[in-house]
Design a protein around this ligand. Structure first.
Ligand code: FPP
Length: 258
């Protein structure tokens, strides 16, 4: 045992080495509980290859599977993915049509694997505007996976943070008026949101550096990482690099260094 090292320190360092070997993360790394990703760059990825934008979305859906599995393996508790914003309805009709079909294609291909890996699917947003068939496949995936206890893979779909806050405020005010709610606190209010958790780490792919109406409440104290990698090229090692970078940040939540 190295001089000056206690038995406990030796055990800790051995288990850190083991963690590092099995996870592929540097020793002693803390994995964020709640992560969110703005999956950007599908269109540019496709254009660069002379492909239609939909080919970028198709590859982007495969990346959801890859990154979901890796986040689960690393022990992330919840991963929220921005798949379709309230503003995305403005895109050309054929692209919107394809994005509405993608959840069906995705779950047909991957639901078995999500089940085998104990991953639970949830969604955030207003499903009602989607065609019945899209709503059906999403609700079915949620039901099928509801007893799984691994990663919660939350797909934000027809989601906009301002709309989320507006709906929550409306429901909250109603409950306060009716006497069902009398604790006017941030913690109580957050329970009315589609996503009640605080986000530890937000990643946006493909070089843009903005939030685009995503999780405005939940990102209050998040660490933000903007990577130039396009979403279809984002892989397991990209995720591990972001988690490592997150560990180099000093989170003070408005306080001072201890
Ligand atoms: C942004 O890239 C991406 C989207 C608006 C769609 C993201 C959707 C998926 C990755 C698949 C969804 C699948 C399921 C299963 C829900 P962009 O098109 O804005 O890219 P660009 O900025 O390069 O044009």
């Amino acid at each position: 045992m190295p001089a000056g090292q206690t038995m406990q320190e030796r055990t800790d360092s051995m288990s850190e080495q083991k963690q590092s070997q099995t996870t592929g993360l540097p020793a002693g790394i803390q994995v964020p509980d709640t992560m969110a990703i703005i999956m950007d760059g599908n269109g540019r990825w496709a254009k660069k290859r002379g492909l239609p934008r939909t080919a970028g979305h198709k590859k982007g859906a495969d990346t959801i599977h890859t990154i979901g599995l890796e986040a689960n393996r690393l022990g992330v508790k919840k991963l929220i993915l921005y798949a379709f914003s309230t503003e995305n309805w403005k895109r050309p009709e054929d692209e919107v049509g394809y994005l509405c079909k993608l959840p069906g294609l995705f779950f047909d291909r991957y639901i078995r694997d999500l089940m085998n890996n104990n991953i639970r699917v949830t969604f955030a947003g207003e499903l009602g505007r989607f065609p019945d068939s899209t709503q059906k496949v999403i609700r079915r995936a949620v039901e099928q996976t509801e007893d799984n206890t691994g990663l919660e893979l939350c797909i934000a779909i027809n989601y906009g943070a301002r709309r989320e806050l507006l709906l929550a405020a409306q429901k909250y005010a109603e409950d306060v008026r009716n006497g069902r709610e009398n604790n006017v606190t941030e913690e109580e209010f957050s329970k009315y949101l589609f996503v009640p958790e605080e986000v530890d780490l937000l990643i946006r792919t493909s070089g843009e550096e903005r939030i685009s109406n995503f999780l405005l409440w939940q990102l209050a104290y998040s660490e933000l990482i903007f990577t130039p990698t396009a979403w279809p090229d984002f892989d397991e090692s990209s995720l591990r690099e972001c988690i490592t970078e997150y560990n180099h940040r000093e989170r003070r939540f408005g306080g001072v260094k201890a």
